[in-house]
Design a protein around this ligand. Structure first.
Ligand code: SF4
Length: 258
């Protein structure tokens, strides 16, 4: 199935149900995906192992210039935004100048649009790095991926390319002092002749245990919404996702289905 790659550093604003009018920042190369996960549902396609370590990231000064220019354009044309969001062609925290870019973005936001929030979508693998953890504590919304409570399902759905366990990721999430938002995607299908379904009773119970330990401010629940690299995945129904959200709400944790 055909997936998409962003061809610019700054994109949008686009309207997002969860973030409102959002100006996107893609810190990854524009022509290829760069991630240390290889999620079976990734809208950017499969992670190509031969690309790892050979990425060309946009330099921090270019990101700064592009963001400043775009914010000035938005102001000049009377366009308002709610969020500046780090997303794009992979895992933003893999950018070697990520910490500087966060500092620049906070200062540009404060100068031009002080009421706008800064959000980062991340798979949470970089929380093990204390400097990145500190940088993420400076932003408004750190949106962390957690699709399962089971190590074996994590290996099948998220397919980490680096040597990391779900347990390590969860322990690092618990160290995060800022506002934690968890995003979880639920999916069914067949991958490499193995059936996957992270909505079974056992799966949801294991996932809920972790959600209850992490106690995020919000859990964002998703089905697949766009083409995925594997064509054999099925979208989980809104009714099923609503039932999962109800279980989170019973833990006195806010949950929203998108
Ligand atoms: S973490 Fe995000 S960018 Fe990386 S493979 Fe998964 S969905 Fe794609």
């Amino acid at each position: 199935m055909s997936t998409i790659l962003f061809n610019k550093i700054i994109f949008g604003p686009v309207f997002s149900r969860r973030l409102g009018r959002s100006l996107g920042i893609n810190l990854l190369p524009t022509a290829k995906k760069c991630c240390n996960f290889n999620c079976v549902y990734c809208e950017c396609g499969w992670t190509r192992k031969e690309h790892i370590g050979k990425e060309e990231f946009p330099p921090a000064n270019l990101v700064k210039e592009a963001l400043e220019k775009r914010l000035k354009e938005l102001i000049a044309t009377g366009q308002e935004i709610d969020n500046i969001t780090f997303a794009g062609n992979g895992e933003p925290t893999m950018h070697p100048e990520f910490i500087k870019i966060i500092d620049d973005t906070v200062s540009i936001r404060n100068k031009f649009m002080s009421n706008v929030k800064i959000s980062v979508l991340t798979n949470a693998t970089s929380l093990a790095n204390s400097e990145i953890l500190e940088a993420l504590n400076k932003i408004d919304n750190c949106i962390l991926k957690l699709d399962t409570g089971k190590e074996s399902t994590f290996k099948i759905i998220n397919q980490p390319v680096l040597d990391v366990t779900l347990n390590e990721i969860v322990n690092n999430i618990k160290k995060f002092k800022g506002k934690i938002i968890i995003q979880s995607l639920f999916v069914k299908g067949i991958i490499n002749n193995t059936e996957i379904d992270n909505t079974t009773k056992e799966e949801i119970n294991e996932w809920l245990k972790l959600i209850n330990e992490i106690k995020p401010e919000l859990v964002m629940i998703y089905p697949i919404a766009r083409p995925t690299p594997s064509g054999s995945l099925m979208k989980v129904s809104k009714e099923e996702l609503d039932k999962i959200a109800e279980k989170v709400i019973k833990l006195s944790i806010k949950a929203v289905v998108y």
